[in-house]
Design a protein around this ligand. Structure first.
Ligand code: MEV
Length: 311
């Protein structure tokens, strides 16, 4: 048996705009997804907290709509990469709530790619794992940036420039509190919502996307100098509101956190539910309480440099 794990993530800046080629800033967190895989029989059997599935090798590659579609696609792409296939038993456990905006889909894809490729003694480079992880997201979601798959692979704080296919590692130390609305949502649906708005109002939506790109570049510069990025987080949240991906609950938590002393706060990930983050170098207790009083549960997580790895 091979066990692999990959980290969840918070997007600090740039979600949605990164789908249109603008940069994103993303950080790995110390909540991980674990995948145990072993060769067994002539079926693929997957068990996880969100569901289970068993199918024959002939069914690999058929369209799947269930919760496990990222795992199925990851297995299919590894089989293609190594040009071999076999029955598998896969068990998934996760510290990252699914469909919460904390990157569980990319983490499970990337950890599956590492675990299953190791079963075939294939030594994929991290770059190859990140690329396969991105392909999983592209094929399952239709549109996806390399943000989530890169951070699930490399960990740390990353500045991603999709058009240049560049991923830079940044030194940054941030004290973040995560608020989870408890509302599951689909990244695919939210990415389609922004696309539909942009298709209808390109002259209005494109400048918003470009502004998010500008503030993400400015945030990188400030982070590298050790300067505060709270104001930029607040502006980013406002622009995400304008794109229609916040919810009343998310924005309530964002404002509650700011009122309690957070330097900045914004939704993180695709929005529509999921999570928000507050930058709270001070007043941590007050900010945590305010987020909880607004109707979210606070998740304690630290930034983590640990990317995908064999356990
Ligand atoms: C999802 O975590 C982030 C989005 O920007 C989609 C993507 O980058 O693929 C909304």
């Amino acid at each position: 048996m091979v066990s692999a794990s990959a980290p969840g993530k918070v997007i600090l800046f740039g979600e949605h705009a990164v789908v249109y080629g603008e940069p994103s800033l993303v950080a790995g967190i110390d909540k991980r997804v674990y995948v145990d895989a072993e060769k067994k029989g002539d079926r693929i059997s997957i068990a996880s907290d969100v569901g289970s599935s068993s199918f024959s090798l002939d069914e690999i590659g058929l369209p799947a709509q269930d919760e496990l579609r990222y795992v199925k696609k990851a297995v299919e792409l590894v089989f293609k990469r190594v040009d071999k296939r076999t029955g598998l038993e896969i068990n998934i456990t996760s510290e990252v709530p699914s469909a919460s905006g904390l990157g569980s889909s990319a983490s499970v894809s990337v950890a599956t790619i590492l675990a299953v490729s190791k079963l075939f003694d294939a030594d994929l480079t991290l770059k190859e794992i990140a690329e396969l992880g991105h392909r999983v997201e592209l094929e399952v979601q239709g549109a996806a940036s390399p943000t989530d798959s890169s951070v699930a692979t490399f960990g740390g704080v990353l500045f991603i420039q999709p058009t240049e296919k560049k991923v830079d590692s940044i030194e940054a130390d941030l004290s973040l509190i995560i608020g989870y609305t408890g509302v599951e949502r689909s990244t695919k649906v939210l990415v389609e919502r922004v696309k539909s708005l942009r298709d209808r109002y390109p002259g209005i939506v494109d400048p918003i996307i470009q502004d998010i790109g500008r503030l993400t570049r400015e945030a990188r510069t400030r982070l590298e100098r050790g300067d505060d990025v709270g104001d930029l987080m607040n502006v980013n949240h406002g622009l995400l509101e304008a794109l229609g991906v916040s919810t009343e609950q998310l924005s309530r938590a964002v404002h509650a956190a700011r009122d309690a002393g957070a330097r900045g706060a914004k939704l993180t990930g695709a929005g529509g539910g999921g999570c928000m983050i507050a930058l709270a170098p001070n007043h941590q207790v007050e900010v945590t309480r305010a987020i909880e009083a607004s109707g979210c549960s606070a998740i304690r997580a630290s930034l983590s440099r640990a990317g995908v790895r064999i356990e």
